[in-house]
Ligand binder design. Structure first.
Ligand SMILES: [Zn+2]
Length: 113
């Protein structure tokens, strides 16, 4: 059984098996990381992993998961960011039984050119 030596911020070097470690690679920027639960203090530990570390861990038998950044990051944004005043206005609007109708009246639903 392959032993993987990793470092816990509290306990220092700890020995793990391939099943104790997970590798994650972001499909968008190809950044990698690995995670494990420290066998001594049981804290979850996450660390950045350079491509050579990812390759080493995966070739040792560690399972790799590929994930993607949330699609919301590429949504077009318009207008100013919401402020505390906007939030208070919305809270006040919600106290009205017709809040949804009033809200749709406030929103421009015409498709912009
Ligand atoms: Zn620890």
């Amino acid at each position: 059984m392959t032993t993987i030596r990793a470092s816990c911020p509290s306990c220092g070097d700890v020995d793990l098996t391939v099943r104790d470690v997970s590798v994650r690679v972001c499909a968008n920027d190809h950044s990698g990381s690995y995670t494990f639960r420290c066998p001594a203090c049981e804290m979850a530990v996450a660390k950045h992993a350079d491509p050579n570390v990812v390759e080493l861990l995966v070739s040792s038998g560690v399972k790799m998961a590929v994930w993607q950044l949330p699609a919301e990051l590429w949504e077009p944004r318009a207008g100013e960011p919401i402020s505390h005043d906007d939030l208070l206005d919305f809270h006040e609007l919600l106290s009205d039984e017709r809040w949804f109708e009033r809200l749709t009246e406030l929103v421009d639903t015409e498709p912009s050119a």
